[in-house]
Design a protein around this ligand. Structure first.
Ligand SMILES: *[C@@H]1O[C@H](CO)[C@@H](O)[C@H](O)[C@H]1NC(C)=O
Ligand SMILES: *[C@@H]1O[C@H](CO)[C@@H](O)[C@H](O)[C@H]1NC(C)=O
Ligand SMILES: *[C@@H]1O[C@H](CO)[C@@H](O)[C@H](O)[C@H]1NC(C)=O
Ligand SMILES: *[C@@H]1O[C@H](CO)[C@@H](O)[C@H](O)[C@H]1NC(C)=O
Ligand SMILES: *[C@@H]1O[C@H](CO)[C@@H](O)[C@H](O)[C@H]1NC(C)=O
Ligand SMILES: *[C@@H]1O[C@H](CO)[C@@H](O)[C@H](O)[C@H]1NC(C)=O
Length: 405
C-alpha cells in the first residue's frame, strides 16, 4: 500500500510531461514471439525441441538470420509467458528457470545481440502472470524493470491478468517510468487497453506504450483473424487515430505458416496487418514453415506498406455486396493510397467487384498509376471517375497501391 501511494505521488509529478520518447518503434516493430505457436510448454523432458527454453529461442534466432527474415526487418525475438521459476529469489528478483535457460537471460541476450537481433521478454502487471503459475510484477515494478535492463532485454510485453483494470492508468505509466529510469531503451508492449473493454484513455496509452493490444488473443483460425479485423473495422473510440511513429495499435501475432489458415487467408492476414500499420510478430515454427508462407512473410512490397514512415492506420471506407466485401484505405507517403478489399465470407467463388476511384479516395484529377500490393505488377491507370474491376476470392484479399500522376 505504501508502495502504491508512492507510485501515485511519483506519477502525479511525471505523467503529465511524460509523452513516451524512448526513440523506439518509429515504424511498426517486427519480430517473432513464442505464444501463439509454443504456448506454455515447459516440459523439456517430454518435448525437448518445442518447450519454452533458450534452445528454442536460439534456434529461432538462427533461422531468422539464415533464412533471410532479419534482412527484411524482423528484429525482436520474444519470449512470452512461462520462462521463469514459480518464485522470486531472496532479493525479490525474478529468476529464469535454470533447467530451461542454463545460460541465464543475460547469456541469451548476448547470443541474440551477437546475431544483430533484439530480445523480448514477458511479464504481467498483476499479482500473477496469466495461468497463475508465475509471479507478476505488482509491487515489484522497479525491481523487475532493473532486472530486465541488467539482462539486456530490449522489449517488454506487459500483460494484464490477475490485476484490476482501474489500476492500469497509473500502473502502466509507473512501469514505463521505471523502464525509462534504467537508461536502457526498452520497447514497451502493453496489453492495456485490452482488459478495459472500450473505456481506455488512448492519449495516456500513447504517452506510455510503444504498442498496445487492442483485443483478445489471436488464435490459429480464420474466425479468429476475422474477429480481429472486425475490431479494426469497428474502430471503437476511433483508436485508429492514435497509431503513428513511436506507438502502434497491436492486433496480436501473425499466424501465417501455422495450421489454421489457407494460403488465401494467410495473404489476407498479412495484407491487413500491413494496412493497419501493425507490429509484425510471427508466431510460427521457422524450422518447418511452408515455402509459400515464408515468401509471404518476406514480401518486400507488403512490408513497405506496413513500414510506411507516415504510419497511418487503415480505416474501413465502405462495405459492399451485402456487407460481404470490406474496403479499407490507408494513406501512404507521397500522396499514395493503399486500398484493400477483403471478402469476409468463406463460401462461394471468386466474383468480380467494381469500385469507382473516387469512392476509395482517388481524387487526383490527373489520375493514378495502380499496382498490385503483393506483386507490384501494374494494374493500369485510373481516373477518379474510372471503374476499377477486381476479383476477390472467398476469404481473400485484393490490395493495391495508387500513386498520383
Ligand atoms: C515432464 O513430464 C513427465 C511425464 O509426464 C514427468 O514425469 C516430469 O515430472 C515432467 N517434468 C517437468 C519438469 O514438469
Ligand atoms: C527517458 O525519457 C526521456 C524523456 O522523455 C527521454 O528523453 C529519454 O530518451 C528516455 N530514456 C530511455 C532510456 O527511454
Ligand atoms: C487521458 O490521459 C491524458 C494524459 O495522461 C490526461 O491528460 C487526460 O486528462 C486523460 N483523460 C481522461 C478523460 O481521463
Ligand atoms: C470518431 O470520429 C468520427 C469522425 O471524425 C466522429 O464523428 C466521432 O464522434 C468520433 N467518435 C469518438 C468516440 O471520438
Ligand atoms: C522449399 O524451398 C527449398 C529451398 O529453396 C527447396 O529446396 C524445397 O524444394 C522447397 N520445397 C517445396 C515443397 O517446394
Ligand atoms: C464472397 O463470398 C461469397 C460467399 O458468401 C461469394 O458468394 C462471393 O462470390 C464472394 N464475393 C466475391 C466478390 O468474391
Amino acid at each position: 500500500m505504501i508502495f502504491l501511494a508512492l507510485t501515485i505521488t511519483l506519477l502525479f509529478t511525471f505523467v503529465q510531461v511524460g509523452a513516451l520518447n524512448n526513440g523506439l518503434a518509429l515504424t511498426p516493430p517486427m519480430g517473432w514471439l513464442t505464444w501463439e505457436r509454443f504456448r506454455c510448454n515447459v516440459n523439456c523432458t517430454v518435448d525437448p525441441d518445442n518447450c519454452i527454453s533458450e534452445k528454442l529461442i536460439k534456434t529461432m534466432a538462427d533461422h531468422i538470420v539464415t533464412d533471410g527474415y532479419r534482412d527484411v526487418g524482423y528484429e525482436y525475438v520474444c519470449i512470452d509467458n512461462c520462462w521463469m521459476l514459480p518464485s522470486r529469489d531472496e532479493h525479490g528478483r525474478l529468476v529464469a528457470d535454470p533447467d530451461r535457460f542454463p545460460s541465464g537471460m543475460k547469456g541469451l541476450s548476448d547470443y541474440i545481440h551477437g546475431k544483430g537481433l533484439k530480445l523480448g521478454i514477458y511479464e504481467d502487471f498483476g499479482v500473477f502472470t496469466c495461468g497463475k503459475k508465475y509471479p507478476g510484477s505488482e509491487f515489484y515494478l522497479k525491481t523487475d524493470a532493473d532486472t530486465f535492463a541488467n539482462w539486456g532485454v530490449d522489449l517488454l510485453k506487459f500483460d494484464t491478468c490477475n490485476s484490476n483494470p482501474s489500476d492500469f492508468e497509473y500502473g502502466f505509466p509507473a512501469m514505463e517510468f521505471y523502464l525509462n529510469k534504467t537508461g536502457r531503451p526498452i520497447l514497451f508492449s502493453c496489453e492495456w487497453p485490452h482488459g478495459q473493454h472500450g473505456k481506455s484513455n488512448y492519449t495516456a496509452i500513447r504517452n506510455t506504450c510503444n504498442m498496445w493490444r487492442t483485443g483478445i488473443d489471436v488464435q490459429d483460425s480464420w474466425d479468429s483473424v476475422m474477429g480481429v479485423i472486425d475490431v479494426y473495422a469497428e474502430d471503437m473510440e476511433n483508436f485508429s487515430q492514435y497509431s503513428g511513429p513511436g506507438g502502434w495499435a497491436d492486433p496480436d501475432m501473425l499466424v501465417v505458416g501455422d495450421f489454421g489458415l489457407s494460403y488465401e487467408q494467410e495473404r489476407a492476414q498479412f495484407g491487413m496487418w500491413a494496412m493497419f500499420a501493425s507490429p509484425l510478430l510471427m508466431s510460427v515454427d521457422l524450422r518447418n514453415i511452408r515455402n509459400e508462407s515464408k515468401a509471404l512473410l518476406q514480401n518486400k512490397n507488403i512490408l513497405a506498406i506496413n513500414q510506411d514512415p507516415m504510419g497511418k492506420q487503415a480505416t474501413l471506407k465502405m462495405k459492399m455486396l451485402k456487407n460481404s466485401i470490406y474496403v479499407f484505405t490507408r494513406p501512404l507517403t507521397n500522396s499514395r493510397i493503399a486500398v484493400a478489399l477483403l471478402n469476409k465470407s468463406d463460401r462461394g467463388t471468386p466474383t468480380s467487384v467494381t469500385i469507382k476511384g473516387s469512392d476509395v479516395g482517388l481524387s487526383n484529377q490527373n489520375g493514378y498509376n495502380v499496382v498490385d500490393g503483393f506483386t507490384a505488377q501494374s494494374m493500369g491507370s485510373f481516373l477518379p471517375t474510372s471503374d476499377i474491376v477486381l476479383n476477390v476470392n472467398p476469404s481473400g484479399i485484393v490490395l493495391f497501391v495508387a500513386t498520383p500522376k
